[in-house]
Design a binder for this molecule. Structure first.
Ligand SMILES: Cc1cc2nc3c(=O)[nH]c(=O)nc-3n(C[C@H](O)[C@H](O)[C@H](O)COP(=O)(O)OP(=O)(O)OC[C@H]3O[C@@H](n4cnc5c(N)ncnc54)[C@H](O)[C@@H]3O)c2cc1C
Length: 377
């Protein structure tokens, strides 16, 4: 219903590339982080601008092209690399593509599509994550420059990014009208990466803390209209949540299939464990939840692709898909028993990687707050 022949061709193209050039290195990259050069390869394969205008090097595809990439990354077990690529294609560059000027797009979007530059988006701060209205990173104008002071934390690609799309506030309180999205290049004076952080999962990606100390960038680095940053960020977050939901469903599907194959082989009390009704029914529950949430996520994606803005449904999809992904991974660990807890089997990594999505891009609780508001609660 959702995927054309062209999508399926794209799927094969991505699958072959990941099998040959990515999968053989994934275990090593869990220890060492993946190399920056992989962005260039994704760019050369045409995978960093699937939905973007060919004028800037994109492929001009629809939202389901992005879903194909997300699904194949999850199927290959890319984890942190999948997240880093999604930050580039579905989080940091969409506001530049939607709100940027043609000149800004030539300067920053085109190299991000070719893989010559790496992008990050920085909203979270040490004292403001869910409560984004409370950020304290201030950008004030001085002559023809912005002067930025503040700190950002948990920033994916933050240490390696060529540029970061930064969420800032003005120095005069103007409510939601006081926010600006400002693009900060790595070489900007006053910008530094203060540390990289160790985390539970997504080990191949870097997560950084960034410092802006009288950091100066040209006024021209403002993306979109001045004072409209909060509104633009809310739009960006819908895309971020939707792609997180797509990735969660694809990851859950792969984990379910792995657990099912294992249960058909593993024997206990004289028969495969899949023939014990408790295990069989657990597998059925896993598959049923994944199929149901996939249908809902695809429905939301169709609406988003058509230019609709279904905040309630996207929040519901993100909430439920990411919870299901964690439940399925947890069930898979149980089905594999002791093997499930071991690093040499993929389900413990699936659980660790999936767990992030219930926090990143807005926590479960924040999704519920948003959904509640849409019902007038
Ligand atoms: C690996 C990783 C990568 C990340 N990548 C990025 C990135 O690239 N860019 C970026 O900007 N951010 C990134 N984040 C940050 C992420 O988006 C935040 O961690 C998330 O939004 C939650 O914010 P917080 O951690 O400050 O939690 P807090 O806001 O401190 O929340 C703590 C707890 O309180 C709950 N809570 C807060 N408010 C309410 C409320 N009103 N009602 C009920 N419960 C509430 C939350 O749900 C949560 O359970 C990343 C995080 C991680 C872990």
């Amino acid at each position: 219903m959702y995927f054309s022949d062209a999508h399926e061709e794209l799927r094969l193209h991505i699958r072959r590339f990941l099998e040959k050039e990515v999968r053989p290195h994934l275990a090593e990259w869990e220890q060492t982080l993946f190399p920056d050069s992989i962005f260039k390869r994704f760019g050369e394969m045409g995978l960093l601008g699937l939905r973007y205008d060919p004028e800037y090097g994109g492929q001009g595809g629809d939202y389901f092209s992005a879903i194909v990439l997300e699904e194949e990354m999850a199927r290959a077990g890319c984890g942190g690399l999948g997240m880093a690529i999604a930050v580039q294609t579905e989080m940091a560059t969409p506001p530049l593509n939607k709100f940027g000027t043609p000149e800004q797009k030539r300067k920053w979007l085109a190299p991000a599509i070719s893989g010559d530059s790496i992008a990050a988006i920085a909203m979270t701060e040490p004292d403001a994550g869910s409560d984004l209205a409370n950020i304290q990173t201030i950008a004030r104008k001085d002559g023809n420059e912005w002067v930025i002071n503040g700190r950002k934390i948990f920033i994916t690609n933050g240490a390696r990014a060529s540029w970061t799309l930064l969420v800032t506030k003005g120095d005069r309180e103007r409510g939601h009208k006081g926010y600006n999205l400002i693009l900060v290049e790595k070489t900007s004076p006053g910008f530094s990466v203060t540390r990289t952080l160790e985390k539970l999962g997504m080990h191949s990606s870097d997560t950084a803390e960034l410092l802006f100390e009288d950091c100066r960038v040209p006024l021209d680095n403002l993306i979109g209209e001045e004072g409209e940053g909060f509104k633009q960020l809310m739009w960006e977050l819908q895309g971020e949540r939707l792609i997180a939901a797509c990735g969660a469903v694809a990851g859950a599907q792969k984990t379910f299939e792995y657990a099912m194959d294992y249960a058909k082989e593993r024997r206990a009390f004289g028969k495969p464990i899949a023939e014990h009704q408790v295990i069989k029914h657990k597998l059925v529950d896993m598959a049923t939840k994944v199929n149901m949430i996939r249908a809902f996520v695809y429905e939301c994606a169709t609406r988003w692709d058509q230019g609709d803005y279904p905040v309630r449904e996207i929040s519901q999809a993100k909430l439920m898909a990411t919870q299901i992904a964690v439940e399925v991974a947890d069930d898979a660990i149980q089905i594999l028993g002791g093997h499930g807890y071991m690093r040499e089997f993929p389900v413990e990594k699936a659980w660790r990687d999936a767990r992030l999505a219930r926090i990143g891009a807005g926590t479960d609780e924040i999704m519920k707050e948003i959904i509640a508001k849409t019902y007038g609660l």
